[in-house]
Ligand binder design. Sequence first.
Ligand SMILES: *[C@@H]1O[C@H](CO)[C@@H](O)[C@H](O)[C@H]1NC(C)=O
Ligand SMILES: *[C@@H]1O[C@H](CO)[C@@H](O)[C@H](O)[C@H]1NC(C)=O
Ligand SMILES: *[C@@H]1O[C@H](CO)[C@@H](O)[C@H](O)[C@H]1NC(C)=O
Length: 237
Amino acid sequence: MFTTALFSALMAGLTVASPLSLTQRQFQGNYPPRTTANGFKLVANISTPSDIFDPPVHNWFLSGVHVGAGLNAAILVPNVDAAATLFVNGTGRDVSAQATSIGLPPIKYQGGATPMGLRFPMGPIEHATNLGLNFGPGNIGAGVVGGLRSPWAQAFTPYPYFIVCNETEPAYGRPQHAVKVAPSVESIPENCVAVTFLAQCATLPEDVFEGVDELNIHQLDAPCYEDVGAIDWSQYD
Ligand SMILES: *[C@@H]1O[C@H](CO)[C@@H](O)[C@H](O)[C@H]1NC(C)=O
Ligand SMILES: *[C@@H]1O[C@H](CO)[C@@H](O)[C@H](O)[C@H]1NC(C)=O
Ligand SMILES: *[C@@H]1O[C@H](CO)[C@@H](O)[C@H](O)[C@H]1NC(C)=O
């Protein structure tokens, strides 16, 4: 079963291989160079400086903080070692339809495995809403934009904005740099700032998908940057 999944992922990759490389050539020169990897970390890029955070959270990393059984609220952390390692799950066709999901390495235990993924509410939202890196498959509609769609290796969800919020209550389970999605500019609270999440290449642990066939994972390589913090934006703006 895994072999079949791998084969169809490969075939899907072959189908899109030539338009991708054409597009990449077309984008060259004006955009930071990209590559691809089997995993990635997400780096918060703040385009417009904001005084909400001191220190500024520019180039901080997406991670999860435990807030309940199987539940981890998405937050930013300064240290790359604490960043979540993620991957895109879906077939080549899912990529075209923006129907992929973002997964984390599944948790294996004797006799089974639990998937982990980026979770958000399905359907329209009216207010800024928390993201989770929770037990369960990632929600459909998230991935890393690339190829024909955009020159940026940047994460997307069904919602137009990622935001990072300064939550001042340092209570247990209340992260200080909570990451959420927002449906509109007007819905971004005053204690939050819009961020772009750029994918920084990472390598998934070896054997990460061994023995988890029942999760039907189709890991797809994702476009990414070697080192987001090292990009000199003055060359590209
Ligand atoms: C990243 O942030 C810098 C400012 O620090 C900005 O110049 C650049 O346009 C941003 N890049 C993206 C892809 O948002
Ligand atoms: C959040 O905002 C408060 C008030 O402006 C500030 O004192 C605090 O340092 C900020 N927290 C973080 C994590 O930047
Ligand atoms: C991975 O994506 C496939 C569809 O391509 C889906 O059937 C499967 O449930 C997903 N698995 C996880 C763990 O998200």
